[in-house]
Design a protein around this ligand. Structure first.
Ligand SMILES: Cc1cc2nc3c(=O)[nH]c(=O)nc-3n(C[C@H](O)[C@H](O)[C@H](O)COP(=O)(O)OP(=O)(O)OC[C@H]3O[C@@H](n4cnc5c(N)ncnc54)[C@H](O)[C@@H]3O)c2cc1C
Length: 404
């Protein structure tokens, strides 16, 4: 005889995405009917820059979650490239947290709201049938649910199963948390440095001031088959990128991590199964994914509730719903911008536009601080392109001077 499902929803992964889906389902009155499981025990390690963009506070408020851990509010960002430097004010501060603390507190908040979170037990595989999803766990148990959420991060097993193990080229993010304070004058500023693009980096180096007087440094490298760089080369580039700030990268402690960029046409669900967060794709331009995960989770939670209510668990429109939500529109635009800036082979041209057109940096700052939706600013972006075509040569010469 068929066993009835143990849960309405099993969420694999208790990172920001998984906890946010759980929080949304709590709001729908399903707190007692969901199980969140994570392969690790919290506080668990998570390589990350820890910058919570301006979208974070509103989405957390929507989900009845709060930032309760130590954080460094950054009211501005410094954008650099060679001798070029510009300080951009944020409409609302970007908060830098330490992921170990932040994620553990999110788990605590979910528990306080009545959610069962199981630590140290991961999803190994799943099978779907008419009745639901059977989840096999690392504790050799089989759990049943009506719906499974793959919130299991960049190395998501759920994503792999949905995509049938299709081969993909990841973005690569390298990070080190240093036990030194932020450089003088940058104690509450986020630094984005594009100078290493002239040395083959398809991305940028960051320096973020972290709680407890620490400094978080890292880089993002866009997947570019023509400029394939090894982990060793990327680590060396990171060391080179932070040196001008008086920061020495230790020989050990730099960690690399592959992540998948959001693609609006990629499959992110199948009947009874949806993916959220890194499992569904991060922001291709910045590598940002924490607020993204939570914003996707709101859409996912609503779709799951609708599916459970109606009994139609096909999730046939989930991809479109994510794509049409503000988060999906911003991700799709950033994917396109990333392709131009990092992947087109014309990075000088695009970088000259981004850095030397004051309005473009301002517009992007409003997107990061969450006060404007960049995808709604297409006319202004188009205006910037037109302006650029008129002064392109002059800007390229200026950029070359800055980078020499
Ligand atoms: C170096 C680096 C720097 C970054 N910097 C930033 C930044 O500054 N700002 C920003 O917004 N984003 C940043 N990101 C992206 C951000 O870290 C992710 O987008 C974010 O963590 C996504 O949350 P998530 O819940 O989807 O995944 P995760 O946070 O990775 O959580 C996934 C969870 O699933 C668990 N899990 C994995 N497999 C299983 C399984 N089989 N069964 C059960 N549980 C499982 C994991 O243990 C983990 O707890 C950075 C990423 C990297 C790699």
């Amino acid at each position: 005889m068929e066993r009835s499902p143990d849960y309405d929803v099993i969420v694999a992964g208790a990172g920001p995405a998984g906890i946010a889906v759980a929080a949304r389902l709590v709001q729908k009155g399903r707190g007692q009917r969901i199980l969140v499981l994570d392969r690790y025990h919290f506080p668990r390690d998570k390589p990350c820059g820890g910058a919570l963009t301006g979208h974070m506070r509103p989405v957390m408020k929507t989900l009845d979650l709060a930032i309760r851990v130590d954080h460094v509010p950054c009211p501005d960002a410094v954008v650099r490239c060679g001798s070029f430097e510009r300080r951009v004010q944020m409409g609302q501060s970007v908060d830098v947290i330490r992921r170990e603390d932040f994620d553990a507190d999110l788990v605590a908040q979910a528990r306080e709201a009545g959610v069962t979170v199981l630590e140290g037990e991961g999803l190994v595989s799943y099978e779907r049938d008419e009745e639901g999803v059977r989840v096999k766990t690392s504790a050799k148990r089989e759990l049943r649910a009506k719906v499974l959420v793959g919130a299991d991060g960049a190395a998501s097993r759920v994503r792999k199963q949905i995509l049938n193990n299709a081969k993909e080229t990841p973005h690569r993010l390298f990070v080190a948390e240093l036990n030194v304070p932020a450089p003088r004058g940058l104690e509450t500023s986020m630094v984005y440095d594009f100078g290493l693009m002239s040395r083959g980096l398809c991305g940028y180096v960051w320096l973020f001031p972290a709680p407890d007087n620490r400094l978080n440094v890292g880089l993002m490298h866009y997947p570019n088959r023509k400029k394939s760089l090894s982990g060793r080369e990327l680590t060396a580039l990171l060391a080179e990128g932070v040196r001008p700030y008086g920061v020495e990268l230790p020989a050990k402690g730099v960690r690399g991590w592959p992540v998948w960029g959001y693609h609006p046409d990629a499959k992110i669900s199948e009947p009874r199964v949806v993916t959220v967060g890194d499992a569904a794709g991060i922001d291709g331009l910045t590598g940002e994914g924490i607020a993204v995960a939570m914003e996707q989770a709101v859409v996912a939670g609503d779709c799951i509730e609708e599916a459970l209510e109606s009994g139609n668990v096909a999730f046939a429109t989930y991809r479109k719903k994510i794509r049409r939500a503000t988060v999906g529109r911003e991700l799709a635009l950033d994917r396109w911008l990333a392709k131009l800036l990092y992947g087109s082979g014309r990075w000088r041209d695009w970088l000259a536009l981004v850095l030397l057109d004051e309005k473009v940096l301002e517009m992007y700052a409003r997107r990061v601080d969450g006060t404007e939706v960049l995808a709604d600013q297409k006319l202004r972006l188009y205006g910037a392109l037109c302006r650029h075509s008129l002064v392109r040569g002059r800007r390229l010469r200026k950029l070359a001077e800055h980078m020499s």
